[in-house]
Ligand binder design. Sequence first.
Ligand SMILES: [Zn+2]
Ligand SMILES: [Zn+2]
Length: 227
Amino acid sequence: MNYHIDNILIWDNFREKGECPLCGIYLTIEGKFVSSYLNEAVMEDSCRGEVNRYGFCPRHFEQLYMGDNKLGLALQAHTRLGYLMKEIEVAESRRAAQKMADKLMGHLKSCVICSLIGPHMERYAGAVAQMYGKDGEFKKLFWEGKGFCMGHFCLLLNASRNAGSCEKEYLRALSQVQAKNLERLHAELGHFADMFDYKSNGKPWGTVKDALERCINKICGRIIEKP
Ligand SMILES: [Zn+2]
Ligand SMILES: [Zn+2]
């Protein structure tokens, strides 16, 4: 499946002013790849081969399972299990057992969907840096944002060269926006914890009502949706 850089996706997610605009982009791309593995990819030999070798991580297996193609997923899981079965031997010594465990653990770390999304996210991170360097309106939006989750902050740090001659300014902006917003969230979470004190009885929760969810998402990427 081809997936082109979509600047509108970047604009839309930055305009939302959530805790991480890149998480929004990630979820959109992820949704497309997951549904492709429930539809067209299931039938293609090349994709089946990749699934056999790399499999799916727990997150993506679960998402596929929640989808509506149990037969397609069963066929993919069947060949994947067959691939993993070949790694099992009768262990004759501790050394052989550890070797088999290491090899199996290596197999369990890979995910065909994660490895497809990765390069797209790198390109999006590069496009953010480029837009910062070229578009004044975007620069303003970037400064007004709430920063990024930790993983996507690292991704952006690694893609700074795409800001071209603005790279230094971009890196400064990126780290300042991040530091400022981590401080904001840190204070919000402190306020959230204070609300459990009896002295806070009857006081309004205000904006800190969902501070715990936002803090977890800031550290881990968007894994908890707002209730
Ligand atoms: Zn993120
Ligand atoms: Zn995955």
